[in-house]
Design a protein around this ligand. Structure first.
Ligand code: DUC
Ligand code: ZN
Ligand code: ZN
Length: 479
């Protein structure tokens, strides 16, 4: 047998295994794993370097329509280019229903936006902002059959939020259809009340964004989301968890045997509310929701990654540049309430967490792979095609350099955003090579991808019960 490509001398790490040897690739899939495999038409000598599955970024926003006149800086071309250069080979952005819009139409529009542009593979989550009977009864089953098997719902944002009754309706439909639900948990009325008071007092700079969204509003909504999921008897995942009080709610629910899953993001590990700045507009670079907290909350998130509370670590890449199309859509002196929420992070997610998580000894390599690739693939119905290194899986692989001495610089990144909130942060690891379905899309500092190479991945029914905590310390669930 001759392989198309053989990766030799790899130090392979998956969510559960570590071994040294070769990976044989044919027709974009892993055809063999072993020692001294036969020759390939092409060969890459990994030279003993670490090789992990390509990253699955299960929470990112690309070319998503907005309702405030802003425009996301990244479309499927620049977003997936940036993903490839940072070792991510599958992205799952959101087909977003505007209130009054058909969900089927929102998905058709999103396919159109992605068509011919993606450099790595992609699937879609749904955002349901208008759960009418027709949407839940007719459109959702049709979209599930077409491979959209997960939904996100919002408890905040005026143009997106659902009330508790609507949430229950959506959760019941999700249960019926086998759809997995992600929940943005912040209390909308508390935020509006605080924001009105702050703006009324003239406290409008970006840093007051954090004052309008204290941990309490996330804690309350997380508690309520868990209660609603328990009532509807359906698994849910709480997205972008920012700190200790929300972690405690989730941990308690998991301890009671409820099927509650959790995601966090690099901004809650590497930024604090101090990054929202002083009185100037610069701090708008770090306006995202929930906001970054403090060092003690960062530690609570690291603990939750290590002890199995979190199953997923995503970027929540929401790319707005600093100009009038983006953060300054309402002017560079606009109050924080009118600044688009979100920060870029697709490309830096894996290198930052490899550096400050794995290489710094905070999490082990298997936890890293599970959080950034295997678990999201399982949860969202893409496993075993994605998320692992196994015979038959897509040859999505990252060959790592792990002895670098660099800092993050926006000038080196490949997104279309004019800043990174991680500018100047230390980096010791970066992908040397990223392969998507056996094709090098990034190699030794060169982007080699091609618009349109990335394929839409219809998702199977999600497999949340297959994603467990780490056994010895994490929670265990049965189906
Ligand atoms: N918060 C979200 O809920 N979505 C996108 C970006 C953000 O900050
Ligand atoms: Zn959100
Ligand atoms: Zn988001």
């Amino acid at each position: 047998m001759t392989f198309d490509l053989v990766i030799r001398n790899a130090d392979v790490a998956t969510a559960s295994e570590r071994w040294q040897g070769d990976i044989g690739i044919t027709a974009g899939r892993i055809a063999a794993l072993g020692i001294a495999l036969p020759a390939g038409r092409q060969e890459i000598d990994a030279g003993g370097r670490l090789v992990t599955p390509g990253g699955v970024d299960a929470h990112c926003h690309l070319d998503q329509p907005t309702s405030d006149g802003s425009k996301m800086a990244d479309d499927f071309l620049t977003g997936t280019r940036s993903a490839a250069c940072g070792g991510t080979t599958t992205v799952i952005p959101f087909a977003c229903q505007m209130k009054g819009q058909s969900l089927v139409d929102a998905v058709a529009d999103y396919h159109h936006r992605a068509e011919g542009k993606a450099a790595v593979d992609y699937a879609f989550h749904l955002i349901v902002s208008d759960p009418t009977p027709a949407v839940l009864r007719d459109e959702l089953p049709r979209l599930v059959a077409e491979g959209c098997t997960s939904v996100k719902l919002y408890m905040t944002y005026d143009d997106m939020k659902l009330d508790d009754r609507q949430i229950l309706d959506l959760l019941a439909a999700a249960r019926r259809e086998g759809v997995f639900t992600m929940i943005h948990a912040e209390n909308a009325d508390c935020i509006a009340w605080l924001a009105d008071a702050l703006v009324g007092a003239g406290l409008t700079a970006p840093r007051y964004h954090a004052h309008a969204r204290p941990m309490l509003v996330e804690r309350e909504a997380t508690h309520r989301a868990i209660a609603l999921a328990e009532l509807a008897d359906v698994p849910v995942l709480i997205v972008h968890v920012s700190g200790r009080e929300a972690v405690a709610q989730i941990r308690e629910a998991q301890g009671l045997g409820l099927k509650i899953y959790a995601e966090t993001c690099p901004q809650y590990l590497f930024l604090t509310e101090d990054d929202l700045g002083g009185e100037g507009f610069e701090g708008a670079k770090c306006i995202c929701s929930p906001p970054p907290r403090d060092k003690a909350n960062q530690q609570a998130i690291w603990n939750g990654l290590d002890n199995g509370t979190f199953q997923v670590l995503s970027s929540d890449h929401a790319p707005f540049s600093m100009g009038p199309d983006g953060k300054a859509v309402a002017g560079a002196d606009a109050p924080f309430t009118q600044v688009p929420n979100g920060i870029p992070g697709l490309e830096t997610r894996l290198p930052l967490v490899m550096t400050h998580g794995v290489l710094a000894g905070r999490i082990d390599i298997h936890t890293f792979v599970a959080l950034t690739s295997t678990n999201p693939a399982r949860l969202y119905g893409l496993f075993p095609r994605k998320g692992t290194i196994a015979v038959g899986a897509d040859a999505d692989l990252v060959v790592w350099d792990t002895d670098l001495d660099r800092t993050v610089r926006n000038a080196d990144l490949h997104h279309a955003v004019d800043y990174t909130p991680y500018e100047g942060q230390a980096i010791r690891a970066w992908p040397r090579i990223t392969l998507c379905r056996g094709r090098a899309v990034w190699r030794e500092g060169q982007y080699l991808g091609e618009a349109g190479f990335g394929r839409f991945l219809p998702c199977d029914r999600p497999q949340p019960a297959a994603v467990r905590g780490r056994g010895h310390r994490g929670p265990l669930w049965t189906a």
